[in-house]
Design a protein around this ligand. Structure first.
Ligand SMILES: Nc1ncnc2c1ncn2[C@@H]1O[C@H](COP(=O)(O)OP(=O)(O)OP(=O)(O)O)[C@@H](O)[C@H]1O
Length: 609
């Protein structure tokens, strides 16, 4: 089921189980010619294989019955040739098969990854990373296996079955119809199996995602886990999940085993019946010995198509559930998109006037508004600090500027343009952001720094690193080429923060949005970064979340946020002098009650609650 807009994982709906697999068919299109050749090679090999019993019939009824060694050699040679052709065609098919199915898997994976990037943070908040990981790895492998083997053998085995049954009916109508009739129990068995296996596959693939999530969480939170000595509990939790996955896997395996046994039984029972009835017919002269040999040989050729049916259906059902899971991601429409009329804003034309007009924001799926009726203006070149108690909505307010979320009500404008009317790419080019939790990617320091501006020169990078007091990067083992581990964990919190700050500044934004950018720095480094940052902030509009009084000195004005509302705006000294709630937030004083119904700030002058 398609998820809500950037919503949570959807459960499988009661639609046709193969629908989502069928919807992936366009990935096959570029390889249609290759697949046709494959199918032709497969059918030709099967044709060669089917011809061998018919040659055997001629051998038995002809040269063997008449005792003509010369004819025997000719027909034996033909049978050998058919065997060789079959082997060659099987080799050709397998050779071609692997490359196209790998290419299809890679194409789907690229699309899922690109789509994940388009989805808003709210999508990623709701989905467990392990569930995404398992979709993009194991589910796609399952689909590949079906495309390269399951689908192919489904068609090939079906054609083999129909052709062989037709030949059997031609050889002996009654016995041929008995064999054809065995399709009825086979149909009933496979239908029941397909339903049960579909459910079990979905359960198992979801559980694989849960296990992947646990592993990922453990790897990320290893230090916290060790520090709290929670290893045994986590191990127990993991063991429970792994056990559940194991049990589901065993259940699935047993279901397949039971079905395979039934699928084995049906053709063997029919074979026994045919042997007895065929021998009787041969004794009566209604069937020649050669025809009986050909009949039995052809019937034996049905053993694999019937036995393989269980495996093919299992493979198909796994692929169908994998397709459901992949489509759940692909069908989630990105919540934040370019409007059709969106305009591009260049860095040069931005003056940097940022306005929040009656902004209310509610996180998707929640009832409570985190921001309510925000009216605030940041003038071009001005630095505005946002101050407020923890959890009051500061980071949320900042996230509206690069449109990580869209407002629920009201609007945010840049130079008078509603942000939703700007091209996302151009908006994000003019806005530089450093989050509270600085994320560094597992790439080199240089690549991390130039993420927002790949064309930056060495000189610019050097100057920015100096500004952010991040020259330590040159002392890393390979300087700026040093790969800074997953999430930059090989660096200290303060080092990561300085690199993230340098990255935000390097993109030369018209609007700088910094979420508590100096929180992890020691007092000495903080003073140095502040001094340098002051120069940068001189010609950029900036919105900063700050907690420490010393950092507030960077700001021209301060806005006090309380429970999602702006309750006062003014200079630091004005607020200190006139707003007790502001003093309380910056000191250890208990906060005085702030009336939510107080006068609405105009976003410019001092407003008291
Ligand atoms: N993705 C989310 N989904 C739902 N609620 C959220 C989400 N992120 C934050 N919140 C809630 O929104 C409120 C404001 O969070 P926010 O991070 O903006 O506060 P903050 O003022 O920046 O806090 P801090 O100073 O501790 O960083 C909190 O109550 C938080 O629980």
């Amino acid at each position: 089921m398609p998820a809500d807009r950037d919503g949570s994982p959807a459960s499988p709906a009661g639609r046709h189980p193969l629908r989502n697999l069928w919807r992936l068919r366009h990935y096959l299109r570029p390889y249609a010619a290759e697949f046709s050749w494959l199918m032709l090679a497969g059918l030709a090999a099967t044709g060669a294989g089917i011809s061998v019993p018919l040659v055997a019939q001629r051998v038995v009824d002809g040269p063997v019955a008449r005792q003509e060694p010369a004819g025997l050699v000719r027909l034996a040679g033909l049978a050998l040739l058919l065997g060789l052709v079959e082997a060659l065609l099987i080799f050709v098919r397998r050779w071609v098969q692997s490359s196209s199915s790998m290419a299809i898997e890679a194409a789907i994976r690229d699309d899922v990854y690109a789509h994940l990037q388009r989805l808003a943070p709210s999508f990623h908040d709701r989905w467990q990373s392990g569930q995404l990981l398992s979709r993009i790895t194991s589910d796609l492998s399952v689909i590949r296996r079906f495309l390269s083997f399951g689908l192919f053998f489904l068609v090939l085995n079906l054609v083999t079955y129909l052709v062989v049954v037709a030949l059997l009916i031609r050889l002996h109508t009654v016995l041929g119809l008995v064999v054809a009739g065995s399709a009825i129990p086979l149909f009933v068995i496979t239908r029941r199996f397909a339903r049960a296996y579909h459910t079990a596959s979905r359960r198992m693939q979801d559980q694989q995602g849960d296990v992947a999530t646990l592993v990922e969480e453990t790897a990320q939170g290893l230090r916290t886990m060790k520090a709290y000595g929670r290893g045994p509990e986590l191990t127990a939790r993991f063991a429970t999940s792994a056990r559940t996955l194991h049990d589901t896997g065993v259940g699935k395996g047993r279901l397949l085993a039971r079905t395979s046994a039934k699928l084995d039984l049906v053709p063997n029972l029919v074979l026994g019946l045919v042997l007895v009835a065929g021998a009787a017919a041969a004794a009566r002269g209604a069937l020649s010995i050669g025809e009986l040999v050909a009949f039995i040989s052809l019937q034996l050729m049905l053993t694999w198509p019937v036995q393989g049916l269980g495996w093919i259906i299992a493979n198909g059902q796994e692929a169908a559930t994998a397709a459901d899971r992949v489509r759940e991601v692909l069908d989630t429409p990105p919540a934040i998109l370019d409007a059709p009329h969106a305009v591009t804003l260049t860095r040069a034309e931005v003056t940097g006037r940022l306005r929040f007009e009656g902004v209310t924001f509610r996180y998707p799926g929640t009832a409570r508004a985190v921001l309510r009726g925000i009216d605030l203006t940041v003038e071009p070149g001005e630095t505005l600090a946002l101050v407020g108690a923890t959890g009051c909505g500061k980071s949320t307010l900042l996230s509206l500027v690069p449109r990580l979320h869209d407002v629920t009500e009201g609007r945010v404008t840049l130079d008078g343009h509603d942000l939703r009317d700007l091209r996302l790419s151009s908006l994000r080019r003019v806005v530089g952001v450093a989050f509270e939790e600085p994320t560094l990617f597992s790439m080199s320091v240089w690549e991390n720094l130039t993420l927002g501006r790949p064309e930056a020169t060495e000189e610019e990078v050097r100057a920015t690193l100096a500004l952010a007091q991040a020259d330590f990067a040159y002392d890393l083992p390979w300087g700026l080429a040093t790969r800074v581990g997953e999430q930059g964990l090989s660096l200290s919190g303060g080092q990561r923060q300085r690199l993230a700050l340098a990255r935000a500044v390097l993109s030369r934004p018209a609007l700088l949005v910094l979420d508590d950018p100096l929180s992890a720095l020691d007092v000495h480094t903080e003073a140095l970064v502040e001094a340098a940052l002051k120069r940068v902030l001189g010609d950029t509009t900036a919105l900063l979340v700050v907690h420490r009084p010393s950092t507030i000195a960077l700001a021209d004005r301060v806005a006090l946020l309380d429970a999602g509302r702006i309750v006062a705006v003014g200079t630091h000294s004005e607020l200190l002098a006139g707003v007790p709630a502001y003093r309380a937030v910056l000191s250890a004083e208990p906060p005085p009650p702030v009336s939510a119904a107080g006068p609405a700030p105009d976003g410019r002058g001092l407003v008291r609650s």
